[in-house]
Design a protein around this ligand. Structure first.
Ligand code: ADP
Ligand code: MG
Length: 164
């Protein structure tokens, strides 16, 4: 399933991330793509908060991964500096687990990721506006339906004014 939504500002991104954070289940895998400054880490901050993580979430670029403990753990990865998972990292153990995983720059390790996952590609439209391309199959389809219903309730004319 594929959907596109336009996020109009930071607050809207917060609401969107909160909504997604309520849908997590053990093994939930969310892959994020988008240029530097698109909002991958910002999204994850609000997403984690909504999952019930109390710690402040910040970018794991230099550590590759940070683990936040909660009712479900959140493994937040930024694999910008990786080219494949390689032998040095035990990342797969964290990805194929009962934890929730969010992976920024997931394409760098695409060969190590399962078929079933949710993908958000965030495109910068202007300083505050973002286009989010949402993709997912299997158990993620219901969630995508829920998200787009939420989005259309927030934005009553969304099916007419789709992009702008
Ligand atoms: N609608 C929006 N959604 C997400 N971030 C936004 C939005 N509007 C402005 N921003 C700003 O853009 C920046 C995104 O940075 P960051 O989340 O670190 O990006 P990335 O992790 O994709 O490199 C932040 O400074 C954030 O405040
Ligand atoms: Mg980031």
């Amino acid at each position: 399933m594929y959907k596109e939504i336009v996020i109009k500002d930071l607050n809207h991104m917060k609401d969107f991330a909160k909504k997604v954070g309520k849908e997590v289940f053990p093994g939930f895998l969310l892959c994020l793509e988008g240029d530097l400054g698109a909002g991958k880490t910002t999204f994850t901050k609000y997403f984690g908060k909504s999952m019930g993580i109390d710690d402040n979430i910040n970018s794991p670029t230099f550590t590759i991964m940070k683990v936040y403990e909660g009712e479900l753990n959140l493994n937040h990865m930024d694999v910008y500096r990786l080219n494949g998972i390689g032998a040095d990292y035990d990342l797969e153990e964290y990805i194929y687990s009962e934890d929730v995983c969010v992976i920024e720059w997931y394409k760098n390790i695409i060969d190590s990721l399962p078929e079933e996952k949710m993908i958000f590609e965030i495109e910068i439209l202007d300083e505050n506006k973002r286009l989010v391309k949402i993709e997912g199959a299997g158990k993620y389809e219901e969630i995508i339906k829920k998200i787009s219903n939420w989005f259309c309730n927030e934005t009553p004319l969304c099916s007419f004014i789709w992009r702008f």
